[in-house]
Design a protein around this ligand. Structure first.
Ligand code: COA
Length: 399
């Protein structure tokens, strides 16, 4: 429990009345419906802590933590994904969100998390409290007809087993820096309680009995009459699954003028650039929220992730964290693993946010220097970049 200077008290949600009140706060904050919010709040309640801020005896805001892993360097790092950050309009600009972020960092750390990823509607708030941008989530809007010709060996089947889908994701997404290593219940909170009025579909791609791909989408009837598919998730682990699932989506061509891969469901370096003859004419890009990342526990973050086998070196870091203060530590990497010890010379100086973006392969240390986000002599900066060279950042999950 936190009792801030400003009379803000933060604690776990208790009972349906508090859930209902937060459902209303959230609905007013995101122009949603309280009844829809109650569906996912109830689904999440046993699995993910909901923390509520109270002022003058009222629920004025809150946030939720989703216990997940996050892949970095080929290993799953313990994380708490931050979601549903909202403060009622009548209680804004009083420091409630700041108090929620302090609580979030303390609680996530207490739960053993090393990292706290989120999708930011406002970068300023999170940056102030130690998060930093990794990328803007991209919507890739593709002309459906451009997908119509693709085929692959295998076939689609509806409603693939969720455990098998998560297992498939894990084997595939482990090769990027940032994807969530989701618990098997993830979609029961993040997808199943969605608006029942919107048609929603899930298909697996099977080569024989082997699941090799997965797609999940909503179909939206647009004002002009055509259907737009919103693809929330697209996993293809083989060439046949990739071509087969793209062709499957292309099969909607008679009713659908375009397919929107939302929230970086496809990597920014889209496979479509290599598959389509004229990708620049078939694809439009739109940015939406920002993926921001924060290290909550430097020691766990560095020791739980994987490092390239050939990477070796020592960094003397001085890291400034707006919540926990200044920390000096030595990071030693060798043979695919790392060791963190307190102390050292602090030859590299940066904020926890810049360190988090570097950790995520989103920001090279040499670029952080030019951005005024990191200081250190040139040799130390080069050595820092050499430690994680080759990682490709991607957060395909929306939460
Ligand atoms: C984003 C949101 C959570 C911020 O909540 P909040 O409680 O107003 O946030 P804070 O009060 O901590 O900070 C907001 C601003 O008030 C300022 N502030 C904080 N305490 C203050 C005080 N006592 N007096 C005056 N200003 C104050 C902060 O410095 C900050 O200033 P900035 O906008 O110039 O950066 C809220 O606007 C919201 O719910 N928006 C809709 C939902 C949403 O977008 N959520 C984020 C999804 S990722």
């Amino acid at each position: 429990m936190e009792q801030g200077r400003t009379g803000i008290e933060i604690r776990d949600a208790q009972g349906d009345a508090e859930l209902q009140r937060f459902a209303e706060v959230d609905a007013e904050s995101f122009a949603g419906r309280a009844a829809s919010n109650m569906r996912w709040l109830k689904a999440a309640a046993p699995l993910a802590p909901l923390r509520l801020a109270h002022m003058d005896g009222e629920v004025v805001g809150g946030y939720m933590l989703l216990p997940v892993g996050q892949f970095f360097g080929g290993k799953s790092v313990p994380a708490q994904a931050v979601t549903a950050v909202a403060v009622h309009p009548a209680w804004r600009r009083l420091g409630v969100a700041g108090a929620l972020m302090h609580d979030c960092v303390a609680l996530a750390r207490e739960q053993g998390a090393a990292l706290a990823p989120l999708h930011a509607a406002t970068v300023r708030l999170y940056r102030r409290w130690g998060w930093e941008v990794c990328s803007m989530t991209l919507r890739q809007i593709v002309r459906t007809v451009a997908l119509a010709g693709f085929t692959g060996a295998g076939r689609v089947r509806t409603s693939p087993d969720r455990g098998a889908v998560e297992a498939l994701r894990r084997t595939h997404l482990v090769h990027w820096d940032g994807p969530l290593d989701r618990p098997d219940w993830f979609l029961s909170v993040e997808w199943d309680p969605g608006d029942p009025e919107t048609p929603r579909f899930e298909y697996g791609w099977y080569e024989g009995d082997r699941l090799t791909g997965y797609v999940r989408y909503m179909a939206e009837r647009q004002a002009g009459g055509w259907i737009r598919l919103h693809v929330q998730e697209f996993i293809a682990t083989t060439q046949d699954a990739l071509r087969g699932l793209l062709g499957f989506l292309g099969g909607q061509e008679s009713q659908s003028s375009d397919v929107m891969f939302v929230h970086s469901a496809l990597p920014d370096a889209s496979p479509l650039h290599w598959l389509l003859p004229e990708s620049h004419r078939a694809i439009e890009l739109e940015g939406f929220l920002c993926w921001m990342q924060r290290i909550i526990n430097i020691d766990t973050a560095m020791t739980a992730r994987g490092w390239p086998e050939r990477a070796a070196g020592r960094l003397d870091l001085e890291v400034t964290d707006p919540i926990t203060g200044v920390d000096r530590l030595v990071l030693e990497v060798e043979g695919g693993s790392a060791r963190v010890t307190p102390g050292g010379s602090g030859a590299i100086r940066c904020g926890i946010g810049a360190l988090s973006a570097w950790y995520s392969s989103a920001l090279r240390a040499q670029d952080a220097v030019r951005l005024g986000l990191l200081e250190g002599d040139a040799d130390a900066v080069t050595a820092m970049d050499a430690l994680i060279a080759g990682g490709l950042p991607w957060l395909p999950d929306f939460f």
